[in-house]
Design a binder for this molecule. Structure first.
Ligand code: ADP
Ligand code: GLC
Length: 487
């Protein structure tokens, strides 16, 4: 089975969130199961700089405003995964993020930038860009790659089938409908059955409407996005594809996230030899200037600071932690008001609350290893990875029961504790009171060391490896390709 993954970010080259973790791990996991997998990425400067042995396979243009475009093939650094890079200097070679400039403004030409990513994916799938390789399945991730599904549908001779994975329905890639003419698609695509969305055009809808299969990153989120509460205005579209929408949980890349081998930690540890976690906690408290107390329950957060993540609820519930003698360590960046509010909390309680604003991968490892619990109070969460990292590092998740958080954390109810299944703490309503209740239960459990140790042991015994997820994707690809063409 030949599979082309198309996306805009990948660990360790470009990352704004969990999508990059997935694109860094899933192709390799599929290769380990015998699939022939390649990646297609935009030629952003860090990608061009890091991909090794780049060789040109095709040159084309002008297209989407770029005069000259080269499709180059190389390998991901320190990996076997072959990667096509679209080198279009006019569209991609600039400083800043993949979607925004450094001052936080969306790039004005994102329509052209990501239409090109989709176009190149579809034409690779049609066998027109690389005579030596064409996929059976094109797998597009999030709105950035979604146009690939529309271009495949518009291209009559394409044998390859398409899969579209929604990592976050809240980011949709909406553009003025007048810009449809820039896409080079037949006018029938600009209809309510296609890209048209309330007088705008939606890249997300291109994926939802034209992919052979739609997946999202947890079974619960797959059900949630069919409802108005979580559907971001697209729940009707999701319902219209009901039989074709699947939820497949993300995994954890054990080569990057494993406390037994994590080189950046003060000490390494495992479920059987957990003493190193004590050293990690002391090192974190010292690094952050928190009071050096082994018996102070230390709660952590590693997150984008956006309303999705519900961290305003944590600010409101902070008194519960402070009254309980707990500490809080936050690593995050995003919304300026949230950044300022967390910084103010740290100033007000310097020995109990520490906040690092910014993005720091190495520190995220030290924080997750050093904390006793990780708080993820999201309003919605397609999958969520930090609670999975928490489980693996024996750092018990305190989560709102939505999306992938509901699917991966077992609340420490009396029954779940008795049966040895409990791995963390859950709450239902998006309110500071309900979060506070879960934090209080975590504090009580922390005060019972035997119970806490048992919870850590069952958390660390969970298997969220990529192997299982890759198998599920493999079966999905097979069901799609054996079905034959539908167009
Ligand atoms: P999302 O993709 O919605 O942001 P996930 O939980 O799926 O949420 O993935 C977030 C990823 O980004 C994790 O790998 C997490 O460790 C990382 N991350 C988020 N914020 C930061 C930060 N400020 N510094 C370092 N890593 C971060
Ligand atoms: C998105 C979601 C997150 C998910 C990640 C990877 O960024 O917000 O829940 O884990 O994609 O699939």
């Amino acid at each position: 089975m030949k599979v082309l993954h198309v996306g805009a970010e990948v660990v360790p080259l470009v990352k704004t969130g969990g999508l990059a973790d997935v694109l860094g791990a899933l192709p390799q996991a599929l290769i380990e199961q015998g699939a022939d997998v390649r990646l297609l990425l935009p030629g952003l400067p860090p990608i061009l700089a890091a991909v090794s042995n780049l060789a040109t396979v095709f040159e084309f243009g002008p297209l989407f405003g770029a005069a000259r475009i080269a499709l180059r093939l190389g390998r991901m650094p320190h990996s076997e995964v072959p990667v096509y890079v679209i080198d279009a200097p006019y569209l991609y070679r600039r400083n800043g993020g993949p979607y925004q400039s450094d001052d936080g403004c969306e790039w004005a030409d994102n329509l052209q930038r990501f239409a090109l990513l989709g176009w190149a994916g579809a034409h690779l799938a049609a066998g027109e860009l690389d005579p030596a390789w064409a996929p059976d399945v094109l797998h597009a991730h999030d709105w950035h790659a979604a146009m690939a599904c529309a271009y495949v549908a518009a291209h009559p001779g394409t044998r390859a089938r398409s899969v579209f994975t929604v990592h976050n329905l809240a980011y949709q890639g909406l553009f003025p409908s007048d810009d449809f003419r820039l896409l080079g698609l037949p006018s029938r695509f600009m209809a309510s059955t296609g890209l048209e969305y309330h007088h705008q055009l939606s890249f997300m809808k291109a994926g939802l409407k034209f992919a052979g299969r739609v997946t999202t990153v947890s079974p619960t989120y797959a059900r949630e996005i069919a409802t108005p509460e979580f559907g971001c205005g697209l729940d009707g579209v999701i319902r219209s594809r009901a039989g074709a929408v699947h939820g497949i949980l993300n995994g954890v890349d054990g080569a990057i996230w494993d406390p037994a081998t994590d080189a950046g930690l003060a000490a390494r540890y495992s479920a059987r030899k957990s003493a190193g976690k004590v050293a990690c906690k002391a090192a974190l408290q010292t690094e952050l200037g928190l009071e050096l107390r082994a018996n102070a329950p230390l709660f952590g957060v590693v997150s984008r600071l956006t309303s999705q993540k519900g961290l305003d609820l944590l600010l409101d519930a902070l008194p519960v932690l402070l009254r309980g003698g707990a500490q809080l360590a936050v690593q995050g960046s995003g919304d300026a008001a949230l950044e300022a509010a967390f910084a103010a909390a740290a100033r007000a309680h310097p020995l109990a609350v520490a906040v690092r604003i910014g993005y720091d991968e190495a520190f995220a490892h030290r924080l997750i290893a050093g904390a006793d619990a990780i708080v993820v109070p999201s309003r919605f969460e397609p999958c969520g990875l930090t609670q999975l990292y928490g489980l693996r590092y024996g750092t018990l998740p305190v989560v709102r029961r939505v999306g992938g958080l509901a699917d991966t954390v077992v609340d420490a109810s009396d029954e779940a504790v008795r049966s040895g299944r409990a791995t963390g703490f859950g709450f239902d309503g998006a309110s500071a009171a309900e979060l506070g209740g879960a934090l209080q239960r975590a504090l009580s459990a922390f005060a019972r060391p035997t119970l806490w140790k048992a919870l850590m042991a069952s958390a660390m015994a969970q298997d969220f490896s990529w192997e299982g997820s890759a198998k599920a994707y493999g079966l999905l690809y097979e069901s799609l390709t054996t079905e034959g063409p539908t167009r």
